[in-house]
Design a protein around this ligand. Structure first.
Ligand code: MN3
Length: 161
């Protein structure tokens, strides 16, 4: 069985940048759905870090959805603890530009080696990452509607110096 880990901070921890309602839906509904569907597909359970690279596209999608969100909450939690990541303005600009130009739904990540890259849909990063932004509309639509740029700008206010 796969389980949804509790959100490691209060739903309103990032008001006004991310509203509590968005956070609640994102964690309790969207993330939960990935967990539930992964359990349906792989009832015997397994190693999430292997399933994210499954050749079965449905399993890969759901495992990635679980894994990516686990990372996302962890990165945000770091900010709640006041341990925001120190990164240069150049990297921030590069990350923001990649996030703004990503077509459709997906993620932009920053690797341990300060390389910015994106993944489509719920494809998981294939290297160790220190930061990621969820660019699915469910991450920001209630508050920002189509204004992805405003969400990306707000993201830097959350946690990162
Ligand atoms: Mn999401």
């Amino acid at each position: 069985m796969f389980y949804l880990e509790p959100l490691p901070f209060a739903y309103d921890a990032f008001e006004p940048y991310i509203d509590a309602e968005t956070m609640r839906l994102h964690h309790d509904k969207h993330h939960q759905t990935y967990v539930d569907k992964l359990n349906e597909l792989v009832p015997e359970g397994g190693d999430l870090e292997k399933l994210i690279f499954s050749e079965n596209q449905k399993i890969k999608n759901m495992a990635g959805g679980v894994y990516n969100h686990n990372l996302f909450w962890k990165f945000l939690e770091r900010g709640v603890r006041g341990e925001g990541l120190e990164i240069s303005q150049k990297i921030k600009d590069e990350f923001s530009a990649a996030a703004l130009s990503l077509f459709g739904s997906g993620w932009v990540w920053l690797s341990k080696d300060m390389e910015v890259f994106s993944t489509a849909n719920q494809d998981a990063p294939n290297t160790e990452v220190v930061l990621g932004i969820d660019l699915w509309e469910h991450a920001y639509y209630l508050k920002y509607q189509n204004r992805r740029k405003d969400y990306i700008e707000a993201f830097w206010n959350l946690t990162y110096k």
